[in-house]
Ligand binder design. Structure first.
Ligand SMILES: Nc1ncnc2c1ncn2[C@@H]1O[C@H](COP(=O)(O)OP(=O)(O)OP(=O)(O)O)[C@@H](O)[C@H]1O
Length: 334
């Protein structure tokens, strides 16, 4: 079975200045494999400075490994030329943290989407280009008629980030590097973006490397996880296994910092209702009233945090406390 991507003992060392002998090892001896026939979502998690962005830059070919090899569909990306290099640049796309940075304020969204179509000669005509843009926007849950023709300042952060995903999707990528794609998006919109990424994997066969410092969102969408600390892999494996029973002390520390519902907490006379929240079998207790009701809410447990001051908040929708309060008042007897 062929591999889509393989990292073989990849290390990246940054030199600190020309004269200084000090070197900064940003990534150490990292190996991973993504199979071509099994599109998946793999998380790379770690705190600030652990080497996540360095990994993204390496995968995108912006920087080269100091040692080791990055093999994309059987070829070392460092030595790709001609057609192979063009195919790699088209098939490996990225969505970055800042949904604002890639937009030029003087151009409409159409421009952002037209550039890759022209660069990679994707469309046969203007009408074909328009169809492709509309298709990509629809695939990420946006209505083309609401989006096309607008300037960046007329869009929300969540819309911009989904347009970034649509731009990547236009190129029919096989691999998407998503570097902290929800960390600058409002909590209330995180679920939308994560759901969009999951649809990309499920419906469009795109493998995703989801880079984050946030284990909760990692648990939310990924199948497997690699935990990085100071450039080295601390633990790797199935996301359920790693988060539910972390073996390495550093992973345990990261897991312990997740705001987990306190199951012993009581809401007045009533046990905390969020206890079973988000379980695949039971579903989220707020789901029927949630304006953002989506599959993601019903599949993973740690979405709810319950605070001692009787405010309960859904992690993903934490910026909508009033909705949550309303839902809670319905669910809990007075
Ligand atoms: N161009 C560079 N030159 C020298 N050192 C660098 C360079 N880029 C990153 N580093 C160092 O490499 C290490 C890893 O950095 P990297 O940006 O990959 O971490 P990160 O996990 O993405 O952090 P963050 O979450 O804060 O973005 C850090 O110690 C950083 O200071």
């Amino acid at each position: 079975m062929s591999n889509l991507l393989e990292l073989r003992n990849v290390s990246k060392v940054y030199q600190r200045g020309l004269i200084s002998p000090h070197a900064n090892i940003a990534l150490r001896d990292m190996s991973l494999t993504l199979r071509e026939d099994e599109p998946t979502i793999m998380t790379v998690a770690g705190e600030s400075g652990s080497g996540k962005t360095t990994l993204a830059m390496l995968l995108l070919g912006f920087i080269t490994p100091t040692t080791g090899e990055i093999i994309y569909r059987g070829k070392n990306i460092v030595s790709l030329t001609g057609k192979d290099r063009l195919a790699y640049r088209r098939e490996v796309q990225a969505v970055f943290q800042d949904p604002f940075a890639v937009f030029n304020p003087f151009y409409t969204v159409d421009h952002l989407l037209t550039v890759p179509i022209k660069r990679f000669k994707l469309a046969k005509s203007k009408a074909d280009a328009r169809n492709r843009m509309e298709e990509a926007l629809t695939a990420v849950g946006l209505r083309p008629e609401d989006i096309l023709g607008r300037f960046p300042h007329q869009l929300s952060g969540g819309q911009r980030q989904r347009i970034n995903v649509a731009r990547a999707l236009l190129l029919k990528p096989r691999l998407l590097i998503a570097d902290e794609p929800v960390s600058m998006v409002d909590a209330s919109l995180r679920a939308n973006i994560l759901e969009t990424l999951r649809n990309l994997q499920r419906d469009h066969g795109v493998s995703i490397i989801y880079i984050t410092h946030d284990l909760t969102t990692a648990y939310h969408i990924a199948k497997s996880i690699i935990v990085l600390y100071r450039g080295a892999v601390m633990e790797a494996g199935d996301v359920d296994r790693v988060i539910k029973s972390p073996q390495h002390p550093y992973t345990q520390l990261l897991v312990d910092s997740i705001p987990w519902p306190n199951l012993d907490q009581r809401w007045g006379e009533h046990p905390i209702i969020a206890r079973e929240a988000g379980r695949a079998d039971g579903g989220c207790p707020f789901r029927s009233r949630c304006p953002m009701a989506m599959d993601v809410c019903a599949t993973r447990p740690p979405l709810f945090q319950v605070k001692p001051n009787q405010a309960a908040a859904c992690y993903l929708h934490a910026e909508q406390p009033e909705i949550i309060a309303e839902r809670l008042s319905e669910l809990l007897p007075a």
